[in-house]
Design a protein around this ligand. Structure first.
Ligand code: HEM
Length: 471
């Protein structure tokens, strides 16, 4: 029996949210010389190219038309805001002039009103409740658990010659997020979550253009499977909550415990949506970073040797014990640079779509109310002005202590910015550093560099098979 009433797939947009302004159609658009772009008459052709490889399309727009440019998708005005200044204005300085845009309405059909997809006034209230366990001062106990789970998971690799890196990383990061945040062993849900996520992530991206939502309740199999995937994920989140309630355990040292103790302030549906959001946003992103990072290491054996040396010298590894968050940070300059450079070129969240709710000015350009605005980690992280030789994976840039501080605000933002910045930033960083160092200490992975399959996240295509050898 279900413990909640309304499923996210068919729930209406909450009335408490700001109204979404009407989009700007090409017939109403007056050309603006500060917003160059392809002719609005090419809208249908441009939409087709956009769908084939969206990150590449956005990069092409920036390279051809400049840091702020316009194009029409589904005949609606979109503005690319790619300079660091524009990114900072949209995500931080003027964030109150925007709401989350294309794709998020689709994502809401899976995640409901959880932190990633909700809006004010719900967002701030939930964020306040959920923030404390993620503060980096409170992460030591999570690091201890993560350490144990990485050890256990990679023990299974000892007798193998080959692993499927992408599903391995998905299972490991899912296990970490489930155990740390919900006190739950996720093994029984791993394959159901993976297969439902595959469909949800694909449909969110492939069907994000305005207008396609009218097919959601049709009998077309492609859209039906979106609803089925969403419902399956809801069932899993409900079963996690039910198990905790039935166990009678009143722990308040994990996130589910905290949420359940606040039931006078947060509804059952909202607790379910937060559980869903944390499971899904809390493992897929990190898993993708790990698959890309190990793939870059396969291609860069010199850097892999540097990482292995760092792992061999880390005291907590040689002493077979858990590090504190701070000790982990201090012992991992190479691992950190590997992760930063990997998230520069393969940012799991590669675009942040917004809608302007008022007329405003961003980096000296007029943005009309109703315009879709796209900032993109994929594009801005490839700006040669800040990242010389931008397509080349060079961890050395991050080893210079002054480099990161010399970047202008908005030049590097894998975790977003402003009040919508990633809640799990420090959690993800700790987990990723641990995985890199603990794997490097015991194993060497070798695999072909995967192709990309850009969807709602920047995913490697396929299983990413890797040879495993013991060091
Ligand atoms: C390397 C891994 C990760 C990356 C690159 C990443 C990136 C991001 C980005 C860019 C956003 C903002 C999206 C936007 O503004 O449109 C975001 C939001 C969020 N992330 Fe992460 N994330 C990662 C891991 C995690 C983990 C491990 C968790 C939880 C355990 C998490 C939970 C969230 C939540 C709840 C939000 C919504 C925050 C809000 O709006 O208040 N993320 N993430």
């Amino acid at each position: 029996m279900s413990i909640t009433e309304n499923k996210p797939f068919s729930a209406p947009r909450p009335q408490a949210y700001a109204q979404i302004p009407d989009p700007i159609f090409r017939s109403a658009w007056k050309k603006d010389s500060k917003l160059p772009g392809p002719s609005p008459l090419l809208a249908d052709f441009i939409t087709a190219i956009f769908m084939i490889n969206t990150p590449k399309f956005l990069l092409k727009m920036q390279r051809t038309y400049g840091q702020t440019c316009s194009f029409f998708l589904s005949r609606r005005l979109f503005i690319g805001a790619f300079s660091p200044e524009a990114v900072h204005q949209v995500t931080v300085a003027q964030q109150h002039n925007f709401v989350k845009g294309v794709g998020f309405a689709r994502m809401r059909k899976v995640l409901g009103e959880g932190l990633l997809t909700n809006e004010e006034p719900i967002h701030l209230a939930h964020r306040r409740m959920m923030q404390p366990p993620f503060h980096h001062g409170n992460l030591d106990s999570y690091v201890a658990l993560m350490h144990q789970l990485v050890e256990q998971h990679t023990n299974n690799w000892q007798d193998k010659n080959e692993i499927k890196l992408a599903p391995e990383m998905m299972a490991l990061t899912l296990e970490i997020v489930s155990r740390c945040l919900f006190g739950l062993d996720s093994a029984q849900y791993t394959s159901a979550i993976a297969s439902s996520m595959e469909v949800a992530i694909d449909r969110i991206e492939r069907t994000m253009l305005p207008g396609l939502e009218r097919f959601d309740n049709s009998a077309i199999k492609y859209f039906r499977s979106f609803e089925q995937a969403s419902d399956r994920l809801v069932d899993i989140a409900e079963s996690i909550i039910k198990k905790r309630i039935e166990s009678g355990e009143k722990k308040d040292d994990d996130l589910l415990g905290i949420l359940l103790q606040m039931q006078d302030q947060i509804s059952k549906e909202h607790i379910r949506d937060e559980v869903l959001t944390l499971i899904l946003s809390g493992h897929e992103t990190t898993a993708n970073v790990m698959s890309w990072a190990f793939s870059y290491l396969s291609k860069n054996p010199k850097v892999r040797l540097m990482l292995e040396k760092e792992a061999d010298e880390a005291k907590w590894i040689t002493e077979h014990r858990t590090p504190t968050y701070q000790e982990l940070e201090e012992s991992s300059p190479i691992a950190s640079a590997i992760l930063q450079e990997t998230m520069r070129l393969a940012p799991p969240v590669w675009v942040a779509p917004r809608i302007a709710t008022v007329d405003c000015q961003i980096a000296g350009v007029n943005i009309p109310k109703g315009a879709h605005v796209l900032v993109s980690q994929y594009v801005t992280h490839r700006d040669p002005k800040y990242f010389p030789n931008p397509e080349s994976w060079q961890i050395e840039r991050w080893l210079d202590a002054n480099f990161e501080n010399s970047l202008p605000k908005g030049a590097y933002f894998p975790f977003g910015g402003g009040s919508r910045k990633c809640l799990g930033e420090y959690f993800a960083i700790a987990e990723a550093r641990l995985i890199l160092l603990m794997v490097a200490k015991r194993f060497r992975l070798d695999g072909k560099f995967p192709k990309v399959q850009p969807r709602a996240t920047y995913r490697p295509k396929g299983e990413v098979k890797n040879k495993v050898s013991l060091r």
